[in-house]
Design a protein around this ligand. Structure first.
Ligand code: KG4
Ligand code: ZN
Length: 345
């Protein structure tokens, strides 16, 4: 019986394969990270990323073939955007070749839709809900009316939250990806008041936010200090993390109020959940602050399991499952899209 959805994710610097059954059970998952390749450059080098995906996809698929009967695969799903064009291209070509050879449909998935589904892998989605999607490339507040129907409430006008973490880490001399390292450093801060950075709110009229100003505040502070002790480094990391978290909390609270106004009257009572997702949602301080904020707003916070916060193929297969149920298959001529806003899905 063909009952397994193959998920492929190669939009940035992780090569991932997963198999999800039609009843939402994870049958297989494996990833290969490129952090060691990009670390020395302080960020992802697109050309190196696509070359590595090409090698690793074949190795991962070979491993999958050794462990699973591939005749059980009922469709091949793949991240088609947004992301690095070369990396997406490698994943899509691989997926198309497999779909043809296995004679099963292809399903192209938007990476951001995948992140939203990462928190709902083993759950049925109750709609509507609001989501704060914070990754290395995106920071958005989205009202999910139902699967596939997204209203963008606000987003960053410059850097993404993860990008801000990464750039500030770089200023502090830390390697890529800096988000987890900033969290670790911040947890060692014993003087939380030594530095404060202003939250990065554009104004209180829009739901958009900006993180580039924070970068500048941190840069000037580091220049002013000259030599930075380990203690100062931790206190800067703490203050920067606070500014990012406060920004996301303030704008999310505004988004909840706004969403309540625009949701159709008959669906208002169904708004009971808030989803926090994307790579930055692996930050445990962010998780606990959102938990508190949701409690204060009578919403249940839904979080992806830690391992599904950052890029993975299980979330791609999970989004594909929804499309598979509706027979929303993609054309084999489909092209990768470096830019693919959610409201254009
Ligand atoms: O979703 P993701 O894996 O890739 C993109 O789609 O961008 O997110 C990666 C981002 C990186 O910027 C990384 O620094 C950030 O998520 N990140 C974190 C943490 N873990 C990963 N940021 C803050 N705290 C963390 N614990
Ligand atoms: Zn991602």
């Amino acid at each position: 019986m063909q009952n397994l959805i193959l998920g492929i994710e190669t939009s940035c610097d992780d090569t991932c394969l997963a198999l999800l059954s039609l009843n939402c059970k994870i049958i297989y998952e494996k990833s290969s990270s490129q952090i060691d390749i990009h670390k020395q450059y302080g960020g992802v080098v697109p050309e190196l990323a696509s070359r590595d995906h090409l090698q690793k996809l074949q190795l991962l698929y070979e491993d999958l073939r050794q462990n699973i009967d591939t005749s059980k695969i009922c469709c091949v799903s793949v991240t088609s955007g947004p992301g690095l064009i070369g990396s997406l291209l490698v994943g899509m070509m691989f997926a198309k070749g497999l779909a043809i050879s296995l004679n099963v449909p292809l399903i192209c998935i938007n990476h951001l839709e995948g992140h939203i589904m990462s928190s709902l892998i083993e759950e049925e989605g109750e709609h509507p809900f609001i989501t704060c999607l914070v990754s290395g490339g995106h920071s958005q507040l989205i009202l999910v009316e139902e699967f596939g129907k997204y209203i963008l409430l606000g987003s960053t006008v410059d850097d993404a939250a993860g990008e801000a973490f990464d750039k500030i880490a770089k200023m502090l001399g830390l390697p890529y990806p800096g988000g987890p390292l900033i969290e670790k450093l911040a947890s060692k801060s014993f003087n939380n008041n030594e530095f404060t950075f202003k939250p990065c709110l554009i104004d209180n009229k829009t739901l958009n936010f900006s993180f580039s100003g924070l970068k500048t505040q941190v840069l000037y502070k580091i220049k002013e200090l000259g030599n930075i002790s380990e203690e100062m480094q931790s206190n800067i990391a703490y203050a920067a993390q606070e500014a990012i978290i406060n920004t996301l909390i303030i704008k999310s609270q505004m988004a909840i109020l706004h969403a309540k106004k625009i949701i159709m009257e008959d669906k208002k009572s169904a708004l009971s959940r808030f989803v926090l997702c994307g790579g930055v949602s692996a930050n445990s301080v962010l998780r606990s602050r959102f938990d508190l904020m949701c409690q204060q707003n009578n919403l249940k916070l839904i979080l992806p399991k830690m391992q599904y916060s950052t890029d993975n193929a299980v979330m791609i297969a999970r989004a594909a499952l929804e499309r598979y149920k509706q027979r929303l298959f993609s054309n084999l001529n489909a092209q990768p899209k470096a830019r693919w806003p959610m409201n254009e899905i």
